[in-house]
Design a protein around this ligand. Structure first.
Ligand SMILES: NC(=O)c1ccc[n+]([C@@H]2O[C@H](COP(=O)([O-])OP(=O)(O)OC[C@H]3O[C@@H](n4cnc5c(N)ncnc54)[C@H](O)[C@@H]3O)[C@@H](O)[C@H]2O)c1
Length: 508
């Protein structure tokens, strides 16, 4: 069990931009003297003034005493020379995202600081291994990857390069924990954990959009209202900025030697080419001009409640559907499980998507009136569900299926018949990527899930979510997507296969 750095240890932060200022705030609040250095004149002083104002605000809100706020503010010192950092126990760099600049900074510092001084780089995308290669003592360097804004975001990825000493990673882990953060260990691979595992959140949405499965507002609404995500992928990409999001995707794709798993989207390339970079330019997937009206999600008009409803089995979704129908005083009967059939609504047969299109499923089962619904984080509380209908399904049966869901209190968004709808294909691909990261020793399952909950605010870790859906179901979805597209992008992680065969979950 490693010890965190003591409060007497001086922390140096180099780079006083958005991240450096936030990290300096975290370290000073935790009781350290913090030296802040930036090559830009007055940048460190300005950042410190900003952090002190934050401390005062927190004191005014009763989040810290005013003495504590003053003392924390006084622990921040602006310096101008690298030699001023000689007594630092930890130097966190948050300078420009450039390998040569970061290597130069740390190799200059090696001649100044003590042999025990640890280097923690805040890089988002540069290999820690490559950065360490320029050092005399590469073992002292690890990634210490905070998320923006550092004082608010709980996650810190502690990233070990090939040469990083185990004790250095442990000390950084313990120190980030002592600073009130949730630290996770990661190996230095492209995107570390969060920026790698999050890729499908954007990619699957753009795939569905490009194939005309749903429009942006409808897909976003399903991710929020059924998936429990705070923001849908399109509105989130608009907020991040398409230049930034596209360049992260490209860098992860390039770094994995163009693995199709990470293939960037032409849809996003077009936005970047057009200069439609999102909120910051007033236009991205959505229009942000003053008089723009945000498009509403496609929502089915009210349909009659079917007179004949049967809910099958005891699955999570069947139980939730039955409870909702009961709460709304809708008449239905319950029957023992019948394969994977969820419900019968008049002439319609309703299933949860397994990654096949409704049309393929109707063809394979010989049941023309096949209707599919999407995954929800919690079917008891979800307010909207995506639905797709087989080409052979007659209109009256489709209306009965829609009426069933509406009578259970769901708004219904009808998608064109794309495989896996919105939440199911997204969650399956997030889990697949997280599983590969675990399988390749980048992190463990707990780390992957914590990283996605705390680094990008997902409502549930993808592996824990996959456990609930059932790894057999997740593997079906992915195998069906893989069959449909014939692309390596949807290949099933060996670790999910292994768990299915060994009947184990990620979190047993
Ligand atoms: N912004 C984010 O959301 C975010 C999140 C996580 C990690 N990061 C990473 O953190 C680092 C900093 O990002 P940022 O958004 O704070 O950038 P920023 O542009 O806001 O700040 C960088 C600061 O570093 C200074 N600087 C540049 N070269 C320097 C040098 N050699 N010595 C001293 N100071 C120098 C600049 O003057 C600037 O003030 C980057 O590596 C970035 O990839 C950014």
């Amino acid at each position: 069990m490693s010890l965190s750095l003591s409060k007497q240890s001086v922390i140096a932060v180099v780079g006083a931009g958005a991240m450096g200022a936030g990290i300096a705030q975290v370290a000073a609040a935790a009781g350290h003297r913090v030296k802040l250095l930036d090559t830009r004149a007055q940048a460190a002083e300005q950042a410190i003034a900003g952090v002190r104002a934050q401390f005062s605000k927190m004191a005014a809100k009763g989040k810290m005493t005013s003495e504590a706020a003053t003392e924390a503010g006084e622990r921040l010192i602006a310096v101008t020379e690298l030699t001023d950092l000689a007594d630092a126990s930890l130097v966190i760099e948050a300078i420009v995202e450039n390998l040569a600049a970061k290597q130069k900074l740390y190799s200059d510092l090696e001649a100044i600081v003590g042999v025990d001084c640890i280097f923690g780089t805040n890089t988002s995308s540069i290999s820690v291994t490559a950065m360490g290669a320029a050092l005399k003592h590469p073992g002292r360097l690890a990634g210490l990857h905070f998320f923006n804004p550092a004082p608010l975001m709980a996650l810190v990825e502690v990233v070990s390069g090939l040469a990083t000493e185990e004790s250095v990673a442990q000390t950084l882990f313990a120190t980030a924990t002592a600073w009130g953060k949730t630290a996770v260990h990661a190996k230095s691979t492209p995107g570390f954990i969060v920026n790698r595992v999050a890729r499908p959140y954007y990619a699957e949405a753009m795939r569905v959009l490009a194939e005309g499965g749903a429009d942006t507002a409808t897909f976003d609404a399903c991710c929020r209202e059924a998936g429990g995500f705070r923001m849908g992928p399109f509105e989130l990409m608009d907020m991040i900025g398409h230049d930034v999001n596209f360049s992260v995707t490209r860098s992860v794709w390039n770094a994995f030697f163009n693995d199709p798993r990470f293939l960037p989207s032409l849809v996003q390339q077009e936005l970047v080419d057009a200069g439609y970079l999102g909120k910051k330019t007033g236009r991205g997937f959505y229009d942000y001009s003053a008089d723009a009206v945000r498009p509403a999600p496609a929502t089915e008009s009210a349909k009659a409640t079917p007179t004949h409803i049967v809910v099958y089995g005891e699955s999570i979704v069947a139980k939730a559907l039955a409870a909702r129908l009961q709460a709304n005083k809708v008449a239905f009967t319950q029957s023992p499980a019948k394969g994977d059939l969820l419900a019968q609504a008049g002439d319609a047969w309703v299933y949860v998507t397994d990654g096949r299109t409704a049309t393929r499923r109707a063809f394979e089962s010989g049941t023309a009136n096949t209707v599919l619904i999407d995954l929800a984080l919690d079917y008891n509380t979800a307010t909207r569900l995506a639905l797709s209908v087989a080409e052979a399904c007659d209109d009256a049966a489709a209306a009965q299926a829609i009426g069933l869901l509406q009578s259970a209190g769901f708004a219904v968004s009808r998608f064109n018949d794309v495989p896996g709808l919105a939440v199911m294909r997204t969650v399956a691909m997030l889990a697949n990527e997280a599983a590969d990261a675990v399988n390749q020793g980048v992190c463990n399952a707990q780390g992957a899930d914590a990283a996605m909950r705390l680094g990008v605010n997902y409502p549930c870790g993808p592996l824990a979510w996959a456990d609930v859906v059932g790894l057999h179901n997740i593997s079906l979805v992915l195998n069906h997507l893989s069959q449909t597209y014939g692309e390596d992008r949807y290949r099933l992680s060996p670790l999910i296969q292994h768990k299915v065969y060994s009947k184990k979950n990620f979190h047993d």
